[in-house]
Design a protein around this ligand. Structure first.
Ligand code: NAD
Ligand code: GLY
Length: 364
């Protein structure tokens, strides 16, 4: 399967190439996108032995002068120290304003490299080569880049759009099942917030998706649909003035869970799964989402091997962590809530007592 989705942003529009074997054509696609000269490929210790040679060679064959930087795998890498390490590597490789960076890996590498590119020499070009399901359907598209600081996740960053996104579906074959499931959580999110038909497709194919037996083509179509939805939302609201907020469905509680449990305890997608169940229950209470639809959401997430019960973490800590969420304005934590599968509203206020009551209700 091979297809392209375009993120339409005027003269900053860019393609998302989706297909099998795309790592080997990365160099040619970079040339077609008008990139030139030297580049810094950033990846992690897990992805490097699997894919960095092919990416390096593809770029070299197309006439680029790549250098490779391999970082530790995992969320702690999305930090200030690694950001400054990338600046040093960019300086050592002589990256000037015409050069670019390549993020080869999951969302951690994509967010960090994107922010390094956004800030190096006040901004150079970069390319996303996502290798996790989560990064294919979400983090590589839309230009949000950044790092974590001790006060919270993603608190420092910039909007900086890539020149292109290169998705090689074959890279998913080496992804551990737990990481794959975590990515499916964001896929389910698109069904809930935008596309009831996608949600239904997921319900019908859940078992084949969970064990990968649905095949690369079917998976590719689902990934392409998620990219289309994200591209459309970003086209309408690049800087999250309003609509883009819907992509945070389930994320208010998710960020709090990750923060309180300690980064790395829950995968981001796992925390999002619990956060979506929390948001669904709030939606039943406040937005008229039917109990049946809320149950369908929970069932689908369970079939995809995702957690749905809130961990026994102290509510007060969770509530405090929710308050530093980026969606908190003037002390009021706002939520994205669904009135039905396929449609959500952003900026919803929730009575304080209900926040705790629903948390208790889904706690294990
Ligand atoms: P990740 O980047 O940590 O990757 C998960 C693990 O999978 C890592 O250990 C990695 O080495 C390994 N891996 C990656 N590709 C592999 C492959 N093909 N085969 C085998 N192993 C592979 O995590 P992630 O889930 O991709 O991304 C999570 C991050 O993305 C979080 O920091 C989150 O905040 C961020 N995020 C950003 C946005 C955005 O819009 N910028 C959106 C959603 C999430
Ligand atoms: N993942 C949320 C966004 O890109 O806006």
């Amino acid at each position: 399967m091979n297809c392209d989705v375009t993120v339409e942003l005027g003269d900053r529009s860019y393609p998302i190439h989706i297909g099998s074997g795309n790592l080997d054509t990365l160099g040619e696609s970079c040339k077609a996108a008008g990139l030139k000269g030297k580049c810094l490929i950033v990846t992690d210790e897990t992805v490097a032995p699997l894919y960095s040679d092919r990416v390096f060679q593809s770029l070299e064959k197309a006439g680029f002068k790549p250098a490779l930087e391999i970082l530790p795998a995992g969320e702690p890498t999305k930090c200030q120290a690694q950001l400054f390490n990338l600046y040093s590597k960019a300086a050592a490789h002589g990256l000037d304003r015409k050069c670019f960076m390549v993020a080869l890996g999951g969302g951690v590498i994509g967010d960090l490299t994107g922010y390094a590119a956004a800030s190096w020499l006040r901004g150079i070009q970069f390319v996303q080569v996502p290798t996790t399901l989560l990064s294919m359907v979400d983090s590589s598209v839309g230009g949000k880049t950044g790092i974590n600081i001790p006060a919270g996740k993603n608190l420092v960053g910039a909007f900086h759009q890539p020149e292109l996104v290169m998705i090689d579906l074959d890279t998913l074959k080496t992804l551990p099942p737990r990481e794959f499931a975590a990515g499916m959580s964001e896929v389910v999110k698109y069904g809930i917030l935008w596309d009831a038909e996608l949600f239904q497709t997921l319900e019908l194919t859940a078992s084949g998706l969970a064990d990968f037996s649905c095949g690369t083509d079917n998976l590719g179509k689902i990934i392409a649909r998620c990219c289309e939805i994200k591209a459309e939302v970003v086209r309408q609201d690049e800087r999250e003035g309003g609509l883009r907020g819907i992509l945070n469905f389930g994320h208010t509680a998710a960020h709090a869970i990750e923060n309180v449990a300690g980064y790395g305890e829950f995968l981001h997608g796992e925390a999002v799964s619990i956060g979506m169940v929390y948001a669904a229950h709030l939606s039943v209470a406040l937005k008229g989402l039917s109990v049946e639809e809320s149950a369908r959401i929970e069932k689908l997430l369970m079939e995809l091997a995702l957690p749905v019960g809130a961990p026994k973490l102290l509510w007060k800590k969770i509530r405090a962590a929710m308050a530093v969420d980026k969606k908190t304005v003037g002390g009021l934590t706002k939520f994205v809530l669904a009135d039905r599968i396929g449609h959500v509203d952003f900026g919803c206020e929730v009575p304080e007592a209900l926040l705790e009551e629903v948390w208790d209700g889904i706690s294990q």
